[in-house]
Design a binder for this molecule. Structure first.
Ligand code: C2O
Ligand code: CU
Length: 495
């Protein structure tokens, strides 16, 4: 298909085209630009049927990121369909209100399929949220941020080289809802901005240009219990953040620009240098602008309590003394999880999980031993604390390459995503370059339910995740899509 993204020649894209057969009229709304798939709106408890018809020249399958569905409905790579085939999804919406994400999960082709345009946002509503009377309708704006590169002919350009598969793809233009330089015309009142990072690899540091703090009301798995005020929010691929921004009191014509602010240490300096200076990750650049064009007298106050999150008690955790490891490991210039590349039917003992249990999981960078084979089944504790302080310094020119081992050169942040039910982050420890970490730490929102979490070099996280209702194979992987395609993915077997 073709869509105009830049001025001039239309861009050829692949995209999801929706056609609603039955359901409420707003269940499927096109975002203003056709680059993204339609916005899907579901209600908790609703039963949905979706027919995926593959009109691409290659196989594909769609995953409903963040939704708790049976394995056969989850877009498992083994369910991929050939050109001309149809896959019928039928599932019940069990998730709480929140913003979710759909995209392909095709074996080794996820990154390129998403890049060409196959992605869209899902909004789930529920009673708990409705009772709050949050800004809705035109005052609730979903924003999907992606970075792309274009050739002289306005066609999408994709790296696809060694650098891309090692560090991920980084475009030199930001698209928001499929548009470059997006400006939103807003009224002088409160808005709800629901932001999804739909980029392949790029991490953003969201902040307003005038340093107005961000009011965060939700993350991946829905509303927080109470709003949090932050100077900025880090948003890694597939993460979502729900913000309230109040334009009341701002005069007509006032502009507020959302930037990605400066940060360090999430990618090796070498890789950052290779991105060039246009839009290197960690440098400041604009994302979109809101311009006040209408006066409004609507006043709205953020409720003190937003939601109730069910927290797990210690005695509900099946493996309190023996956390399941997810080690970020490296072997032969590629990054893996628990030392092994993705392989269907390669389930290791620690990846077998009894259904309807709640597990403690530890996610960490393993820097001992290139082979990294020891991770599985032994608690994966080796390598702990071996990150030398200076090794992950990301500042340009802040440190030469001399003396850095391979590990230091490769060490980067990974957005780790687990399929199935969302998890709770109970601990985040850091040992490493404090200066670099200071440029991101206030932007990590750990109080809500998550399905994707950014794990920076030097960090060690503990999460609690339920594995309820459905048996089968469920993936966990890095959501840097180039990493995922290069094998940084594994499966849990819920039995
Ligand atoms: Cu958004 Cu397994 O992916
Ligand atoms: Cu990764």
């Amino acid at each position: 298909d073709e869509t105009s993204i830049l001025t001039g020649r239309a861009t050829r894209v692949w995209r999801y085209v929706g056609n609603l057969i039955k359901g409420p009229p707003d269940a499927l709304t096109a975002l203003p630009d056709a680059y993204l798939g339609p916005l899907l709106r579901f209600k908790k408890g609703q039963k949905v049927r979706i027919r995926l018809r593959n009109e691409l020249p290659e196989e594909t399958i769609t995953h409903w990121h963040g939704l708790h569905v049976p394995m056969l409905m989850d877009g498992h790579p083994t369910a991929a369909i050939d050109p001309g085939e149809t896959y019928v999804y039928e599932f019940e919406i069990r998730n709480r209100a929140g913003m979710y994400f759909y995209h392909p999960h095709t074996h080794e082709k996820t990154a390129t399929q998403v890049y060409r345009g196959l992605a869209g946002a899902i909004i789930v509503e529920d009673e708990e949220e409705r009772a709050l009377g949050l800004p809705s309708g035109e005052f609730e704006i979903p924003l999907v941020i992606q970075d792309r590169s274009f050739d002289d002919d306005n066609q999408l350009a994709y790296g696809g080289d060694m650098h891309t598969s090692m560090f991920g793809f980084y475009g030199d233009r930001v698209l928001v809802n499929g548009r470059s330089d997006l400006t939103l015309d807003v009224a002088s009142r409160a808005y709800r901005l629901r932001i999804l990072n739909g980029s392949n690899a790029r991490i953003y540091k969201l902040c307003w240009d005038d340093r107005t703090p961000l009011t965060v009301i939700g993350v991946d798995g829905g509303l927080l219990e109470k709003a949090e005020t932050r100077p900025y929010v880090m948003l890694a691929p597939a993460e979502r953040v729900d913000l309230i921004v109040d334009f009341s009191g701002r005069p007509q014509g006032a502009k507020l620009t959302m930037l990605s602010g400066e940060f360090y240490g999430l990618i090796p300096p070498m890789a950052q240098r290779m991105m060039g200076s246009d839009l290197a990750m960690g440098e400041e650049f604009p994302l979109f602008t809101a311009r006040v064009t209408k006066a409004s007298t609507d006043s709205w106050k953020l409720p003190e309590k937003l939601s109730t999150i069910r927290r797990f008690r210690k005695d509900e955790i099946a493996n309190l003394d023996d956390p399941m490891p997810i080690a970020i490991t490296m072997a032969h210039m590629a990054m893996f999880l628990n030392g092994r590349p993705y392989g269907h039917d390669d389930i290791q003992p620690r990846e077998r999980i009894p259904v309807d249990t709640t597990q403690l999981i530890e996610i960490f960078h393993e820097h001992g031993g290139m082979g990294g084979m020891g991770g599985m089944g032994m608690g994966g504790m080796q390598g702990r604390g071996m990150m030398g302080g200076g090794m992950m310094r990301g500042r340009m020119g802040g440190m030469g390459m001399g003396g850095m081992g391979m590990m230091g050169m490769m060490s980067m942040a990974h957005p780790i995503h687990l399929h199935g039910q969302p998890f709770e982050i109970i601990e985040r420890r850091f040992e490493g370059d404090e200066d670099a970490y200071a440029s991101i730490r206030d932007g990590l929102i750990d109080s809500g339910l998550k399905d994707t979490v950014l794990v920076s070099p030097g960090e060690r996280l503990r999460i609690i995740k339920p594995f309820g209702d459905f048996k089968g194979r469920f993936m966990y992987h890095c959501h840097n899509l180039e990493h995922e395609d290069a094998g940084m993915m594994r499966e849990f077997s819920v039995e």
